[in-house]
Design a protein around this ligand. Structure first.
Ligand code: SAM
Length: 268
């Protein structure tokens, strides 16, 4: 695995546990991408490798990229035969380590949406995909639970690095059209999907959401010293209370995301 000197907060919490809950979205993305055994697949912002490993299981040649070494290490150590055949690369989504038109399929599950420069990131995905290939993106939709949680946490965390706008822009198909139009690609299909997570209680839900959020966990010490860590927890718990449904004694949260396929305009 190549190394770049990134320091990110994504590895600070227990993201691995969140990735387990997000696995159905990687399955949906790989299925939407119609990955075949003779494909080259680029998984952008792979995290702990969910989509990359599924594509490798299908026999594809896979390059998986992320800028957080701690998550790449987890991905690499996952006990699947396919993990050894994936090329894991530590890099930014804006400078992907493959030649032009290398990939039949580019996938990013809740990944490229966090790029600092949205236009550059879209251009970079388009650069990597073959003229008869496709890009499949899963992105949280504006107003959904995850963006709302980002807002709630934002009250307690340092401002995020400058970026082109909120990550959930990528969850709006018209914004995807604007981002990819200049690259000669268009949004071929899109649908809003739902991922449901079920928890025993609102407290369990809030605990899970906080401990899997690296940006929150990275600030835990400072906020504890300031006596504000419990306020952060309370804010997430209020959000859970406002947006979850209680069914048969369990608390269900719906996370809405956009699943979009983007293809070169030449493809019929
Ligand atoms: C919500 S996680 C999704 C991970 C994985 N795709 C999944 O489905 O579980 C977001 C991932 O994006 C990565 N990431 C965020 N910004 C990035 C950037 N600019 N370059 C590379 N990776 C980035 C983070 O390190 C993290 O692994």
């Amino acid at each position: 695995m190549s190394q770049h000197p990134y320091v990110t907060t994504w590895g600070a919490g227990e993201y691995r546990l969140m990735a387990e809950r997000l696995a159905p979205v990687a399955e949906a993305a790989v299925q939407a991408a119609e990955v075949k055994s003779n494909h080259r697949v680029l998984d952008v912002a792979t995290g702990t490798g969910n989509a990359a490993l599924l594509a490798a299981d299908l026999g594809a040649e896979v390059v998986a990229v992320d800028f957080e070494p701690a998550l790449l290490q987890i991905a690499q150590s996952r006990a699947t035969e396919s993990a050894a055949s994936v090329r894991w690369e530590n890099a930014d989504v804006e400078t992907l380590p493959v030649p032009d038109a290398w990939a039949n399929v580019v996938i990013s599950v809740f990944g490229v949406m966090y790029a600092a420069d949205h236009v550059r990131a879209a251009r970079e995905l388009a650069r990597c995909v073959a003229t008869d290939g496709r890009i499949v993106l899963a992105s949280w939709v504006p107003g959904g639970f995850m963006p709302a949680m980002g807002q709630a946490l934002g009250e307690f965390l340092p401002p995020p690095p400058a970026s082109s706008g909120p990550p959930s822009r990528w969850g709006d198909p018209s914004v995807l059209g604007e981002l990819f139009g200049p690259t000669g690609m268009f949004v071929r299909t899109h649908s809003t999907q739902n991922l449901t997570m079920v928890f025993d209680s609102e407290v369990h839900a809030a605990d899970f959401l906080v401990r899997t959020a690296g940006n929150a966990m990275a600030e835990r010490e400072r906020l504890t010293e300031q006596g504000r860590w419990s306020d952060l927890h309370a804010a997430v718990q209020s959000l859970v209370a406002a947006r979850s449904q209680q069914i048969n004694g369990q608390h269900r949260i719906d996370f809405q995301y956009l699943l979009a396929t983007i293809a070169p305009a030449e493809e019929s």
